[in-house]
Design a protein around this ligand. Structure first.
Ligand SMILES: *Cc1c(COP(=O)(O)O)cnc(C)c1O
Length: 389
């Protein structure tokens, strides 16, 4: 896509996101090809589809053949149901007291992470007239975040026997370090999980759909695919920061993902400053030479995170230029001395491609020591999203 694409011409403050649904579907198909046709795919669209917009992303994935969609909580699930999404929806972090009725009415499938939740679910299921309420059980296999301990499986089986209106539809765990190949934590988690599943089966409880793989598991750990995989990052076009880091190139070769998001703004003001000029809040940058400083209409409230102060590099006219001074809420300054043709109105690419140059979210995340999801989830609500193929 050219750098002065159509979305830039809308009226209003010039900051916008271009989201390629074609890239999302391409990435989904790579996952399908990777895990085969028998393994179900739960597409993780929590946190507004990692900032990309839950409804359009979920609709595209539903059409492309997603078996399940995963969200964080009931309100996210309800948003999708109200937009007409019909696929099964899993509430990945469970549910909160008082949400049971809405969960039933919107056909949201909860993950149970504590034994006492069975009681609340059973009560809600008994009141709802239509049959049994399906849920998934989460087992904590060593991440020590959510899930019942493997030692509680026997207690779970007893509690479930007292819940005639509930049906165990799936059993899952979550991998803490699937992108880390310098430790055996994942293999340990797999063993603990297998033992927990054996205990369920020994008690004649069918664990249902067994699932544990997140994105890195999909790429490099076929032993974690089980009945269903739960990719998030892959759908949006990003491989993890692997350990060892060289594995990222291997991952990209294996699954050539396409980045989904471009974030762009425009130059809204330009000035010449002399050497010694202090730029922006707290004078965090002092010009070392006579410079041209451009102001763009994007700041940390839009997703140009404050960590990029004095360190970020954005694209102008296909060239990389440095952020100077502190990123502020609505505005950011760039040193465009080395791009003499730059003028007010020029498109500035924060994430994405401009001509032959690229600044992908994953590159920026790597440079500032965070994960891609952290950056895309910072995309401001006020940034209009344009959906393209
Ligand atoms: C967010 C999440 C995922 C997806 O993780 P990625 O690393 O983005 O693939 C999978 N499973 C659960 C339970 C999650 O919360």
């Amino acid at each position: 896509m050219g750098h002065a694409g159509k979305p830039g011409r809308f009226a209003g403050r010039p900051v916008w996101a271009e989201i390629s649904l074609g890239a999302v579907v391409h990435n989904f198909r790579l996952i399908r090809r990777q895990v085969g046709s028998k393994c179900k795919i739960l597409c993780v669209v929590k946190a507004d589809a990692y900032g990309h917009g839950a409804v359009p992303i979920a609709r595209a994935l539903e059409k492309a053949g997603a078996d399940w969609l995963g969200v964080t909580c009931a309100s996210e699930g309800m948003e999708l149901r109200e937009a007409g999404v019909r696929k099964p929806l899993l509430l990945l972090t469970g549910f909160w007291l008082g949400e049971e009725r809405r969960m039933v009415s919107h056909r949201l499938t909860p993950v149970v992470t504590r034994l006492e939740q069975l009681r609340y679910l059973e009560r809600a299921a008994r009141r709802a007239l239509n049959g049994r309420l399906r849920f998934h059980l989460k087992v904590d296999t060593g991440m020590n975040r959510l899930g019942i301990s493997p030692d509680e499986v026997a207690a779970f089986v007893r509690a479930l026997a007292d819940c005639p209106h509930l049906e165990l539809q799936g059993t899952c765990t979550h991998l803490a370090s699937s992108e880390v190949f310098t430790s055996d934590q994942t293999e340990q988690q797999e063993r603990v999980f297998a033992a927990a599943l054996d205990r369920l089966r020994a008690a004649r409880v069918n664990p249902g759909i067994v699932h544990l793989a997140n994105s890195a598991g999909v790429v490099f750990r076929p032993s974690t695919w089980a009945d269903m995989v739960r990719p998030g990052a892959l759908l949006y076009g990003y491989h993890q920061r692997f350990d060892p880091p060289e594995m990222r190139a291997e991952a990209q070769q294996k699954m050539p993902l396409r980045p989904v998001l471009s974030l762009r703004s425009r130059i809204i003001s330009l000035r010449e400053v002399s050497a010694g000029a202090r730029i922006g809040y707290n004078a965090r940058f002092v010009a070392q030479r006579p410079s041209r400083v451009a102001v763009i209409a994007a700041g940390f409230a839009d997703g140009l995170v404050r960590r990029l102060s004095n360190t970020g590099r954005l694209l102008v006219r296909g060239r990389c230029v440095p952020v100077v001074g502190a990123v502020s809420m609505d505005l950011t300054m760039l040193d465009v001395t080395d791009v003499p043709e730059a003028q007010v109105g020029d498109v500035v690419t924060i994430f994405g491609a401009d001509g032959a140059a690229r600044r992908d979210v994953s590159d920026v995340a790597h440079e500032i020591g965070t994960v891609t999801a952290d950056l895309v989830c910072s995309l401001g609500r006020r940034v209009p999203r344009f959906y393209l193929w």
